[in-house]
Design a protein around this ligand. Structure first.
Ligand code: ADE
Ligand code: ZN
Length: 324
Protein backbone atom coordinates (compact mmCIF):
# COMPACT_ATOMS: atom_id res chain seq x y z
CA UNK A 1 0.00 0.00 0.00
CA UNK A 2 2.81 2.43 0.84
CA UNK A 3 4.23 1.82 -2.65
CA UNK A 4 0.86 2.44 -4.27
CA UNK A 5 0.48 5.73 -2.37
CA UNK A 6 3.91 6.97 -3.44
CA UNK A 7 3.65 5.82 -7.03
CA UNK A 8 0.24 7.30 -7.88
CA UNK A 9 0.64 10.64 -9.69
CA UNK A 10 -1.19 13.06 -7.43
CA UNK A 11 -2.12 16.69 -6.96
CA UNK A 12 -1.59 18.56 -3.72
CA UNK A 13 -4.23 21.26 -3.34
CA UNK A 14 -3.85 22.41 0.25
CA UNK A 15 -0.36 23.32 1.38
CA UNK A 16 0.81 26.64 2.82
CA UNK A 17 4.32 27.45 1.65
CA UNK A 18 5.09 29.14 5.00
CA UNK A 19 4.04 25.86 6.66
CA UNK A 20 6.73 23.92 4.78
CA UNK A 21 9.58 25.72 6.57
CA UNK A 22 11.50 22.93 8.29
CA UNK A 23 13.41 23.89 11.45
CA UNK A 24 16.77 23.16 9.73
CA UNK A 25 16.02 25.70 6.99
CA UNK A 26 14.61 28.11 9.58
CA UNK A 27 18.00 28.09 11.34
CA UNK A 28 19.95 28.39 8.09
CA UNK A 29 17.89 31.42 7.03
CA UNK A 30 18.08 32.99 10.50
CA UNK A 31 21.88 32.69 10.23
CA UNK A 32 21.97 34.07 6.70
CA UNK A 33 19.77 37.04 7.63
CA UNK A 34 21.16 37.61 11.13
CA UNK A 35 17.79 37.02 12.76
CA UNK A 36 17.74 35.87 16.38
CA UNK A 37 15.38 32.94 16.96
CA UNK A 38 13.72 32.37 20.34
CA UNK A 39 14.99 28.76 20.17
CA UNK A 40 18.51 27.41 20.77
CA UNK A 41 18.30 24.27 18.64
CA UNK A 42 16.33 22.50 15.93
CA UNK A 43 15.14 20.06 18.60
CA UNK A 44 13.83 22.93 20.71
CA UNK A 45 11.81 24.20 17.75
CA UNK A 46 10.29 20.77 17.17
CA UNK A 47 9.56 20.43 20.89
CA UNK A 48 7.56 23.67 20.74
CA UNK A 49 5.20 22.14 18.16
CA UNK A 50 2.61 21.07 20.72
CA UNK A 51 -0.59 22.78 19.67
CA UNK A 52 -3.87 23.15 21.53
CA UNK A 53 -5.86 24.69 18.69
CA UNK A 54 -5.48 26.60 15.41
CA UNK A 55 -4.42 29.87 17.03
CA UNK A 56 -1.62 28.28 19.08
CA UNK A 57 -0.18 27.01 15.79
CA UNK A 58 -0.67 30.24 13.82
CA UNK A 59 1.33 32.18 16.41
CA UNK A 60 4.36 29.93 15.76
CA UNK A 61 3.80 29.82 12.00
CA UNK A 62 3.90 33.59 11.65
CA UNK A 63 6.89 33.85 13.99
CA UNK A 64 8.82 31.28 11.94
CA UNK A 65 8.10 33.11 8.67
CA UNK A 66 10.03 36.12 9.98
CA UNK A 67 13.33 34.48 8.91
CA UNK A 68 12.31 34.90 5.24
CA UNK A 69 13.87 38.10 3.90
CA UNK A 70 15.12 37.78 0.32
CA UNK A 71 13.97 36.33 -2.99
CA UNK A 72 16.65 33.64 -2.52
CA UNK A 73 15.02 32.63 0.80
CA UNK A 74 11.62 32.18 -0.85
CA UNK A 75 13.27 30.31 -3.73
CA UNK A 76 14.98 27.94 -1.27
CA UNK A 77 11.72 27.39 0.63
CA UNK A 78 9.68 26.66 -2.50
CA UNK A 79 12.39 24.45 -4.02
CA UNK A 80 12.67 22.38 -0.85
CA UNK A 81 8.90 21.85 -0.79
CA UNK A 82 8.63 20.94 -4.48
CA UNK A 83 11.44 18.39 -4.23
CA UNK A 84 9.85 16.82 -1.16
CA UNK A 85 6.42 16.75 -2.81
CA UNK A 86 7.81 15.14 -5.97
CA UNK A 87 9.29 12.35 -3.85
CA UNK A 88 5.71 11.58 -2.73
CA UNK A 89 4.47 11.41 -6.32
CA UNK A 90 3.06 14.93 -6.50
CA UNK A 91 2.92 16.03 -10.14
CA UNK A 92 0.80 19.13 -9.66
CA UNK A 93 0.93 21.42 -6.61
CA UNK A 94 -1.42 24.33 -5.93
CA UNK A 95 0.31 26.23 -3.18
CA UNK A 96 -1.05 28.83 -0.77
CA UNK A 97 0.98 31.85 0.21
CA UNK A 98 0.11 34.55 2.76
CA UNK A 99 1.38 37.84 1.29
CA UNK A 100 0.19 39.83 4.30
CA UNK A 101 2.51 37.86 6.61
CA UNK A 102 5.38 39.27 4.54
CA UNK A 103 4.12 42.73 3.52
CA UNK A 104 3.33 43.48 7.18
CA UNK A 105 7.07 42.90 7.82
CA UNK A 106 7.97 45.41 5.12
CA UNK A 107 8.69 43.05 2.18
CA UNK A 108 7.37 43.90 -1.28
CA UNK A 109 5.54 41.48 -3.57
CA UNK A 110 8.57 41.36 -5.88
CA UNK A 111 10.65 39.64 -3.17
CA UNK A 112 8.50 36.58 -2.62
CA UNK A 113 6.98 36.39 -6.12
CA UNK A 114 10.41 36.39 -7.78
CA UNK A 115 11.67 33.70 -5.39
CA UNK A 116 8.60 31.51 -5.96
CA UNK A 117 8.85 31.93 -9.74
CA UNK A 118 12.47 30.74 -9.88
CA UNK A 119 11.81 27.58 -7.90
CA UNK A 120 8.58 26.79 -9.75
CA UNK A 121 10.27 27.12 -13.15
CA UNK A 122 13.15 24.92 -12.07
CA UNK A 123 10.75 22.29 -10.68
CA UNK A 124 8.76 22.21 -13.91
CA UNK A 125 11.95 21.71 -15.91
CA UNK A 126 13.89 19.37 -13.62
CA UNK A 127 11.23 17.51 -11.63
CA UNK A 128 8.27 17.43 -14.00
CA UNK A 129 6.00 19.01 -11.42
CA UNK A 130 3.66 21.81 -12.42
CA UNK A 131 2.54 24.31 -9.83
CA UNK A 132 0.17 27.19 -9.29
CA UNK A 133 -0.07 29.84 -6.57
CA UNK A 134 -3.14 30.63 -4.48
CA UNK A 135 -3.01 33.98 -2.71
CA UNK A 136 -4.67 33.82 0.71
CA UNK A 137 -6.09 36.75 2.62
CA UNK A 138 -5.63 36.74 6.39
CA UNK A 139 -9.16 36.69 7.76
CA UNK A 140 -8.18 38.07 11.19
CA UNK A 141 -7.36 41.35 9.40
CA UNK A 142 -10.07 43.63 7.94
CA UNK A 143 -11.35 43.34 4.38
CA UNK A 144 -9.75 46.70 3.59
CA UNK A 145 -6.32 45.07 4.10
CA UNK A 146 -7.31 42.22 1.77
CA UNK A 147 -8.42 44.75 -0.87
CA UNK A 148 -5.07 46.56 -0.59
CA UNK A 149 -3.30 43.21 -0.97
CA UNK A 150 -5.24 42.36 -4.13
CA UNK A 151 -4.31 45.79 -5.49
CA UNK A 152 -0.61 45.24 -4.69
CA UNK A 153 -0.74 41.84 -6.42
CA UNK A 154 -1.85 43.50 -9.68
CA UNK A 155 1.48 43.13 -11.56
CA UNK A 156 1.68 39.44 -10.55
CA UNK A 157 -1.84 38.23 -11.31
CA UNK A 158 -0.58 36.11 -14.22
CA UNK A 159 1.35 34.04 -11.64
CA UNK A 160 -1.68 33.53 -9.37
CA UNK A 161 -4.47 31.07 -10.16
CA UNK A 162 -6.86 31.75 -7.29
CA UNK A 163 -7.52 33.59 -4.07
CA UNK A 164 -8.12 31.89 -0.71
CA UNK A 165 -8.97 32.77 2.87
CA UNK A 166 -7.01 31.51 5.87
CA UNK A 167 -5.81 32.25 9.43
CA UNK A 168 -7.99 32.36 12.59
CA UNK A 169 -11.43 31.14 11.56
CA UNK A 170 -13.90 31.52 14.43
CA UNK A 171 -15.28 35.07 14.57
CA UNK A 172 -14.01 35.89 11.07
CA UNK A 173 -16.74 34.59 8.74
CA UNK A 174 -16.47 34.52 4.95
CA UNK A 175 -19.30 37.10 4.67
CA UNK A 176 -16.78 39.80 5.64
CA UNK A 177 -14.78 39.21 2.48
CA UNK A 178 -17.45 39.34 -0.22
CA UNK A 179 -16.17 42.47 -1.93
CA UNK A 180 -12.57 41.34 -2.25
CA UNK A 181 -13.58 37.92 -3.56
CA UNK A 182 -15.96 39.52 -6.09
CA UNK A 183 -13.16 41.79 -7.26
CA UNK A 184 -10.71 38.89 -7.52
CA UNK A 185 -13.17 36.87 -9.60
CA UNK A 186 -13.74 39.88 -11.87
CA UNK A 187 -9.95 39.93 -12.36
CA UNK A 188 -10.13 36.33 -13.61
CA UNK A 189 -8.96 34.53 -10.47
CA UNK A 190 -10.57 31.34 -9.17
CA UNK A 191 -11.73 31.17 -5.55
CA UNK A 192 -11.27 28.76 -2.64
CA UNK A 193 -11.65 29.30 1.11
CA UNK A 194 -10.78 27.62 4.38
CA UNK A 195 -14.12 26.87 6.04
CA UNK A 196 -15.41 24.42 8.61
CA UNK A 197 -12.02 23.71 10.16
CA UNK A 198 -12.96 25.01 13.62
CA UNK A 199 -16.10 27.00 12.74
CA UNK A 200 -19.61 25.63 12.13
CA UNK A 201 -21.25 24.65 8.82
CA UNK A 202 -22.62 28.19 8.29
CA UNK A 203 -19.09 29.25 7.36
CA UNK A 204 -19.04 26.65 4.59
CA UNK A 205 -22.41 27.83 3.25
CA UNK A 206 -21.09 31.41 3.25
CA UNK A 207 -17.88 30.43 1.46
CA UNK A 208 -19.92 28.75 -1.27
CA UNK A 209 -22.79 31.20 -1.63
CA UNK A 210 -21.20 34.54 -0.74
CA UNK A 211 -17.59 34.10 -1.93
CA UNK A 212 -18.15 31.71 -4.84
CA UNK A 213 -15.58 29.27 -3.45
CA UNK A 214 -15.06 26.38 -5.88
CA UNK A 215 -13.29 24.22 -3.29
CA UNK A 216 -13.56 24.17 0.50
CA UNK A 217 -10.30 23.87 2.40
CA UNK A 218 -10.86 21.44 5.31
CA UNK A 219 -14.70 21.34 5.60
CA UNK A 220 -14.47 18.85 8.48
CA UNK A 221 -17.34 20.50 10.34
CA UNK A 222 -19.64 20.33 7.29
CA UNK A 223 -20.61 16.83 8.41
CA UNK A 224 -22.87 18.30 11.10
CA UNK A 225 -25.28 19.65 8.45
CA UNK A 226 -26.97 16.99 6.30
CA UNK A 227 -28.25 19.51 3.75
CA UNK A 228 -24.74 20.86 3.32
CA UNK A 229 -23.24 17.40 2.83
CA UNK A 230 -25.90 16.74 0.16
CA UNK A 231 -25.03 20.03 -1.55
CA UNK A 232 -21.29 19.26 -1.52
CA UNK A 233 -21.90 15.82 -3.00
CA UNK A 234 -24.49 16.92 -5.58
CA UNK A 235 -22.37 19.82 -6.84
CA UNK A 236 -19.10 17.85 -6.68
CA UNK A 237 -17.51 20.56 -4.53
CA UNK A 238 -14.10 19.27 -3.48
CA UNK A 239 -12.99 19.28 0.16
CA UNK A 240 -9.22 19.62 0.54
CA UNK A 241 -8.83 17.68 3.78
CA UNK A 242 -5.68 17.45 5.90
CA UNK A 243 -5.97 14.59 8.40
CA UNK A 244 -2.67 15.01 10.27
CA UNK A 245 -3.30 18.75 10.65
CA UNK A 246 -6.74 18.05 12.10
CA UNK A 247 -5.24 15.71 14.70
CA UNK A 248 -2.40 18.08 15.61
CA UNK A 249 -4.74 21.10 15.92
CA UNK A 250 -7.29 19.04 17.90
CA UNK A 251 -10.05 19.37 15.31
CA UNK A 252 -10.44 15.62 15.83
CA UNK A 253 -9.13 13.62 18.81
CA UNK A 254 -7.57 10.76 16.88
CA UNK A 255 -6.99 9.84 13.24
CA UNK A 256 -9.47 6.99 13.73
CA UNK A 257 -12.19 9.61 14.35
CA UNK A 258 -11.54 11.56 11.15
CA UNK A 259 -14.63 11.88 8.95
CA UNK A 260 -12.97 11.77 5.54
CA UNK A 261 -14.07 8.20 4.87
CA UNK A 262 -17.64 8.87 6.03
CA UNK A 263 -17.81 11.89 3.72
CA UNK A 264 -16.31 9.87 0.87
CA UNK A 265 -18.97 7.21 1.47
CA UNK A 266 -21.64 9.91 1.20
CA UNK A 267 -20.37 10.91 -2.23
CA UNK A 268 -18.33 13.98 -1.30
CA UNK A 269 -15.28 14.70 -3.47
CA UNK A 270 -12.68 14.39 -0.71
CA UNK A 271 -8.96 14.98 -1.33
CA UNK A 272 -5.97 14.38 0.99
CA UNK A 273 -3.35 17.09 1.57
CA UNK A 274 -0.67 18.19 4.03
CA UNK A 275 -1.58 21.79 5.09
CA UNK A 276 1.61 22.73 7.01
CA UNK A 277 3.80 19.64 6.79
CA UNK A 278 6.86 21.01 8.63
CA UNK A 279 4.69 21.75 11.66
CA UNK A 280 2.36 18.74 11.65
CA UNK A 281 4.86 15.94 11.18
CA UNK A 282 4.00 14.77 7.71
CA UNK A 283 3.94 15.50 3.98
CA UNK A 284 1.17 14.38 1.64
CA UNK A 285 2.30 10.75 1.51
CA UNK A 286 2.27 10.60 5.33
CA UNK A 287 -1.28 11.98 5.29
CA UNK A 288 -2.44 9.30 2.83
CA UNK A 289 -0.72 6.60 4.92
CA UNK A 290 -2.17 7.87 8.20
CA UNK A 291 -5.67 7.98 6.70
CA UNK A 292 -5.21 4.53 5.16
CA UNK A 293 -4.03 2.96 8.43
CA UNK A 294 -6.35 4.88 10.76
CA UNK A 295 -9.52 4.49 8.71
CA UNK A 296 -8.82 1.20 6.95
CA UNK A 297 -9.00 2.69 3.46
CA UNK A 298 -8.98 0.17 0.62
CA UNK A 299 -6.78 0.26 -2.42
CA UNK A 300 -9.79 1.47 -4.43
CA UNK A 301 -10.45 4.29 -1.95
CA UNK A 302 -6.81 5.43 -2.17
CA UNK A 303 -7.18 5.55 -5.95
CA UNK A 304 -10.43 7.51 -5.64
CA UNK A 305 -8.80 10.08 -3.35
CA UNK A 306 -5.96 10.39 -5.82
CA UNK A 307 -8.24 10.77 -8.85
CA UNK A 308 -10.26 13.35 -6.90
CA UNK A 309 -7.12 15.42 -6.34
CA UNK A 310 -6.45 15.62 -10.06
CA UNK A 311 -10.09 16.28 -10.95
CA UNK A 312 -10.37 18.98 -8.27
CA UNK A 313 -7.23 20.80 -9.39
CA UNK A 314 -7.19 23.95 -11.51
CA UNK A 315 -5.00 22.25 -14.13
CA UNK A 316 -6.29 22.47 -17.70
CA UNK A 317 -8.11 19.49 -19.14
CA UNK A 318 -5.09 18.27 -21.14
CA UNK A 319 -2.95 18.12 -17.99
CA UNK A 320 -5.72 16.45 -15.99
CA UNK A 321 -6.15 13.76 -18.67
CA UNK A 322 -2.41 13.15 -18.74
CA UNK A 323 -2.20 12.77 -14.95
CA UNK A 324 -5.32 10.58 -14.78
N1 ADE B 1 -2.70 28.92 7.76
C1 ADE B 1 -1.86 27.89 7.67
N2 ADE B 1 -2.48 26.74 7.98
C2 ADE B 1 -3.76 27.07 8.27
C3 ADE B 1 -4.90 26.33 8.67
N3 ADE B 1 -4.88 25.02 8.84
N4 ADE B 1 -6.05 27.00 8.90
C4 ADE B 1 -6.09 28.33 8.74
N5 ADE B 1 -5.06 29.07 8.37
C5 ADE B 1 -3.90 28.44 8.13
ZN1 ZN C 1 -4.74 25.33 5.50
Amino acid sequence: MADLITSLPKAELHVHIEGTLEPELMFALADRNRVTLPFATVEAVRAAYEFTDLQSFLDLLYQGAAVLHTAEDFDDLMWAYLQRARADGVRRAEIFFDPQVHTERGLGFEVFMDGFARARQRAAAELGITSALIMCFLRHLPESAALATLEAAGPYLDQIVAVGLDSSEVGHPPSRFQRVFARAREAGLRAVAHAGEEAPPEYVWEALDLLGAERIDHGVRAEGDAALVSRLAADRIPLTMCPLSNVRLRVVDRIQDHNLKRLLDRGVMVTVNSDDPAYFGGYIGDNYRAAQAGLGLSDAEIRTLDRNSIGASFADSAEKSRLL
